[in-house]
Design a protein around this ligand. Structure first.
Ligand code: KG4
Ligand code: ZN
Length: 362
């Protein structure tokens, strides 16, 4: 069975073909995964402009889907190119989501195949399975991207229970805001990651936020697995202002390169430490048999390296996606859709895009 995945929740138009295999440990094979990134369009504005994003998805979607079908290679005569369509329903930018969802519904209708609406974060979690095979459960997965920083317990395949989430900025958002502050452009993650490798990570003392009290807005969560990154971002801003004054620079002058590298390294050390402390604490509390890190920030070199080292020390297998599966892509949506389809999920024609869709078990 082949699944066509479609993802348009943010600034990437993506389509993929994922094939089911007769292998319980490695159930899915990525046949193609085409991603058209809009990053060059949004860079000029310093962040994503929702209306521009939706319009660009409309321009790109046909070509991206055609390319994914071509790249997947031929199917046997008389066999359809895909048996089911999986599409991101939410969360995300509503105009962008609508492009993918409407396209998927139209295609499903005209080709007479079923479609499955998918939660974007279920996609990120299932990207781990595409790369490393099925995770031993219970597992604890950190989903960390530009829009999300959340911890999930996965007690059984396809079941996702939220343990904590950020109360303000997502970790990727903190990367993007700090990069903007330092004049490093958008997106901030890759460039800070590169500069951090050349800096002194102990040069700048930055605070590490550890929450202990429950969040009044989320009484169902224990609270101590939550994150907060806005204080860190403010500390970086304050440090940059002080440093400019100390060096006699004007209020918007760039800092010297050495200062920027040290600041990036110090910032990255705090972010990676905060995320991994929370992940491994939650894994211990949940009696996890494996841990995973998914989402755009899982591309971070320091986070990957430290996660593998901590996993080895704790005797826990660590799952991280291939770089091509860490940022937004449709292969992960196809994987999550296939799991949901096998559990009986089917999309109704009335299904609508939902910018703040909750993640429910399939
Ligand atoms: O998952 P994703 O593609 O989109 C969202 O759903 O948000 O994640 C994008 C985020 C951006 O904030 C970007 O700065 C961050 O992932 N990112 C990184 C790295 N590569 C991308 N953050 C830290 N280190 C990286 N190497
Ligand atoms: Zn994402």
């Amino acid at each position: 069975m082949r699944v066509l995945g479609i993802e348009t929740s943010c600034d990437e138009t993506s389509a993929a073909i994922v094939e089911e295999r007769d292998d319980d440990l490695r159930p899915w094979l990525v046949r193609s995964n085409v991603v058209a990134s809009q990053v060059d369009i949004h860079r000029a504005w310093g962040g994503i402009v929702p209306e521009l994003s939706a319009r660009q998805h409309i321009r790109d979607i046909c070509g991206v889907v055609e390319r994914a079908l071509e790249d997947a290679g031929p199917v046997a005569a008389g066999t359809p190119p895909y048996d089911v369509i999986a599409v991101t329903q939410g969360p995300g930018l509503v105009g962008s989501l609508l492009v993918g969802l409407s396209f998927a519904k139209s295609l499903a209708w005209s080709r007479n195949v079923p479609f499955v609406p998918v939660h974007h974060l279920a996609g990120h979690i299932e990207s781990l399975v595409l790369e490393g095979g099925e995770m031993p459960v219970p597992a604890v997965v950190l989903v960390v991207s530009g829009g999300h920083t959340s911890l999930y317990r996965v007690p059984a395949r396809g079941v996702y229970e939220r343990l904590g989430r950020t109360r303000d900025d997502a970790a990727g958002e903190a990367y993007d805001k700090v990069a903007k502050l330092l004049g490093l452009g958008y997106p901030g993650g890759p460039v800070i990651d590169r500069l951090a490798a050349e800096g002194n990570e102990r040069a700048v003392a930055l605070p590490r936020t550890r929450l202990t009290h429950p969040d009044r807005n989320a009484p169902d969560l224990p609270g101590h697995h939550d994150f907060s990154f806005s204080g860190l971002k403010t500390s970086v801003a304050r440090y940059v202002a002080q440093r400019r004054t100390a060096l006699g620079l004007s209020a918007d002058a760039p800092l010297p390169e050495g200062d920027v590298r040290d600041l990036c390294a110090s910032f990255q050390r705090v972010v990676a430490g905060t995320l991994l402390d929370a992940l491994f604490d939650a894994a211990r509390d949940a009696g996890a048999r494996s841990v995973g890190i998914a989402g755009g920030v899982s591309a971070n070199s320091r986070l990957r390296r430290d996660a593998l080292a901590r996993g080895a020390a704790a005797g826990l297998p660590v799952f991280v996606p291939a770089l091509s599966l860490s940022t937004d892509n449709a292969a992960m949506i196809a994987a999550a859709g296939l799991r949901a389809f096998r559990a009986g999920a089917r999309g109704e024609w009335s299904v609508n895009a939902d910018a703040s869709l909750p993640l429910r078990p399939v």
